[in-house]
Design a protein around this ligand. Sequence first.
Ligand code: PEP
Ligand code: CO
Length: 457
Amino acid sequence: MSTASVEAASATGTAWHPSSWRDRLATQQPQWPDQASLEQVRKTLAELPPLVFAGEARQLQSRLAEACEGRAFVLQAGDCAESFDGVTADSIRDKLKVILQMAVVMAFSAGVPTVKIGRIAGQFAKPRSSSTEVVGNVELPSFRGHMVNDINFSEHSRTADAERLVRAYHQSASTLNLLRAFTKGGYADLRQVHLWNQEFIAASPEGQRYEKVADGIDSALRFMAACGISTDAPELHQVDFYTSHEALVLDYEEALTRQDSITGQWYDCSAHMLWIGERTRQRDGAHVEFMRGIKNPLGCKLGPSASPAEVLELCEILNPDGIPGRLTLISRMGADKVPETLPPLLAAARDAGHPVLWECDPMHGNTYTTDGGRKTRHFEDVVKEIDGYFSAHSEAGTWPGGVHLEITGDDVTECVGGAEAISDDDLERRYETMCDPRLNGAQSLELAFRVAERLSV
Ligand code: PEP
Ligand code: CO
């Protein structure tokens, strides 16, 4: 047994290995029709270079520790499901622009450092409530994300194809390459804040409000220079931007799990941070088993059925040493349920002394289908859940550590409401998501202002 396996074993009583999840029930896994192809793909992936490095994951964990201790706020945002199609440099850049804008609004208005994490460069797999979809009298496997199958409703498209795991890896690598260039190569320089305001956003009320923030940043930089304070610090010219996705398809995650040469510990090098979804967080399930042994910072979603006892168990299994920043619990209760469902969970972790970083996902508990058959969310429900989340933390004396959002930089019409008052009828105009509805660029910025207002009080 390696040192790392022994260490994990001593915490829980059983040995951990990147493949020990195979002894547990793994729900939400694709039905791969061709096992030989899957085996080949696992070998291919295991030989490919890591996408991220252990040292970067450790750096993120220390930033998350600051958020856990109330000294920073996390903005985790991106697509519900990334696509293999139509991914251009422009679409990646525009998503990054909106995230940078949101982070600036929060940091400038509230004076709290923002840790930026994308749901990006790996968010290709989706859990489904039903494993099949029926249209007319045809029943086919559900779409499970581009890592698994295609969205078109045909037998060929919906058949799981293991080769897609390799494509997901390469697509993640090229997305990550571009993100690294944008964030370190001058584009994220604070002197460029005006450039992040895309035309369609700049024309909206929140875009104009953003311009005022950007002017304020210009003045602050000029003032610092006039005082003789150097503005050469790298923090002003580049940003740290981290990647994350739901660790759902365990064959993929296992193949990218590597032993760090410096510490000997295991890291899942498919992303900096990984999370467990609401449907796969069973304490004795395969996902929890896999995640407890990797040393990346972890997230776990918590829906309205989560009990205080489950929260304590998850803390003990996923963060037995109580390391701040190691475990983020992401509540997604729904706007109406948050006042009654969240406080007992906050109290349980607080009273047991577990260092939990709390995030609010105000998206997944607020989805509904319109009469026209579109899945949507109302902007005001999203804001209401965030308000309930802030209030619950304020009453519990805990820190509302961050938000977890589904957004895009594009001018889509998928969520209703917001300053532009997108209506049910507008949804037909630009409804482009492959899975859940995302806030568009203007709605995302508007939400950032609403979050900043809560952070400032
Ligand atoms: C998601 O984050 O896209 C998702 C499926 O969330 P949840 O597991 O909370 O339903
Ligand atoms: Co989603």
